[in-house]
Design a protein around this ligand. Sequence first.
Ligand code: NAP
Length: 295
Amino acid sequence: MSASNLIDGRTIAAQVQAGLASRISQLAAKGVQPGLAFVRVGEDPASRVYVGRKEKACELLGIHSETFVLPETTPEAELLDRIRQLNDNPRLHGILVQAPLPVHIRQSTVYSTVSPSKDVDGFHPMNMGRLLLGDSSGFRPCTPAGILELLARSGVNTAGAEVVVLGRGNIVGKPLAALLCQKDRHANATVTLCHSATRDLPSHCLRADILVAALGVAEFVKASMVKPGAVVIDVGVNRVPDPAAPSGSRLVGDVAFAEVQPLAAKITPNPGGVGPMTIAMLLSNTVRAAEQFTA
Ligand code: NAP
């Protein structure tokens, strides 16, 4: 298998993080260490893994982090109180409340309670609104921002490109579509946002110069749906049974990688594509939050 058309998210994420190191040193010279709070409710195994990876990334870069684990049965009001305490904590410049939350907790209320100036996840309605308006002063959600960075640093020209985004989720598809259609240097695309009610979805995919799969359906994008020479970005993380694996399962993306890779001009591996960029952009938002705090 040729690796020549791979968009290596790990390498690009390392470049982003290397760029942050000097900004962290400048903050240190002012006596400030960026700080990030993780809030996890319950013991969802995937959430434990995700928070663990983010904690480790913070440690490696010299970002202070604190993790608050609340029981699954925590009332919503108690979680909101905890977030308000973190909003007032000057040691912590960013707050990340790990999804999914238990069903009795309203995600939108949680997102609205995080101070917009500490909303390094970019999910507060004020930051989402800024994103839609093309106002770069807000925090951008990490996964869509990471995808833009991947495209820009891989030399993919989005201006005028037909981009098809599969999935209109609030954390990936919708904000990514809003970012890509802005009149910005690394956007300016013609964006089509597809979902479960889209008629003849493959015909949309076949028009795409850049195809982004963010559905959460294992290996949904087949070779027959991809225009030769397209750039393919695979966001999905799906666990599928695999009797050969020691755990009995393995993770796959939303793209049938083996059959799509030979057709694509460039493609993200999965894992090793979008995932590392999501973490890099979280660190980037946290450093920016600390810089704005000290400004
Ligand atoms: P989500 O909120 O559940 O949204 C999924 C979207 O896909 C929905 O808009 C849904 O359509 C659409 N969809 C599902 N099945 C479809 C089908 N068969 N045909 C057409 N559209 C379909 O998911 P999300 O939170 O955006 O996440 C999407 C995927 O990205 C997941 O696998 C998630 O784990 C992964 N992810 C990865 C990262 C990373 O860092 N790598 C970060 C975030 C998310 P409707 O709206 O019509 O229901």
